[in-house]
Design a protein around this ligand. Structure first.
Ligand code: ZN
Length: 145
C-alpha cells in the first residue's frame, strides 16, 4: 500500500452548462487553476455518457457509449500528476428512467445536461502517476518519486 497525507485546501464548486463536455471542462479547470492534488465529486444529469471499462485480463480499456439521457447518481474522482501536468481521473454511476444503473471510467464525450462539481483541493506534494507493471495502469508512485 502507498499512503499520502494532505491538509484540505480550498474547495471549488463548479456548475457545468448544458452541452459542456464533463471531462474536458473539469480537466481544463484544474489545469487553469493549477489544482495538482484533489478529491472530486459530482452529480446531476447528462445527455449521453462515454465510458470505459478496464479489461484486467487483456490490460486494455474497452470504450462504450450510452446514448440517452441519464441521471448522475454518483460521480467520484481525484486529481494527481501525470506526465508533469494535473490529471483528472473520474468514475460515475448513472441511472436511466427505470432506475437501472450503468457506470464506469468517465471518458471525453460525456455531455452535461446539468452538473454540479465539488473539487476539494489538497495541500501537499501531489502524487505522481507511473506505470504499474502488475496492472498495466498509470498508478500513484511512492511519495517523493
Ligand atoms: Zn478509471
Amino acid at each position: 500500500m502507498i499512503g499520502y497525507r494532505f491538509e484540505p485546501g480550498p474547495t471549488h464548486l463548479l456548475r457545468l452548462e448544458a452541452g459542456e463536455d464533463l471531462y474536458r471542462s473539469v480537466a481544463a479547470y484544474i489545469v487553469e487553476h493549477d489544482v495538482r492534488a484533489a478529491s472530486v465529486t459530482f452529480l446531476g444529469a447528462v445527455r449521453r455518457a462515454s465510458l470505459r471499462y478496464y479489461n484486467q485480463d487483456e490490460k486494455r480499456y474497452q470504450d462504450f457509449e450510452i446514448a440517452h439521457h441519464l441521471e448522475v447518481v454518483a460521480g467520484v474522482g481525484n486529481v494527481s500528476i501525470l506526465d508533469g501536468s494535473p490529471f483528472l481521473h473520474i468514475h460515475a454511476a448513472f441511472a436511466d428512467s427505470e432506475g437501472a444503473a450503468y457506470g464506469g471510467h468517465v471518458n471525453v464525450g460525456t455531455e452535461a445536461f446539468a452538473i454540479e462539481v465539488a473539487i476539494t483541493q489538497l495541500g501537499g506534494v501531489a502524487p505522481v502517476r507511473q506505470l504499474d507493471e502488475t496492472t498495466g495502469l498509470m498508478l500513484w508512485g511512492p511519495p517523493g518519486t
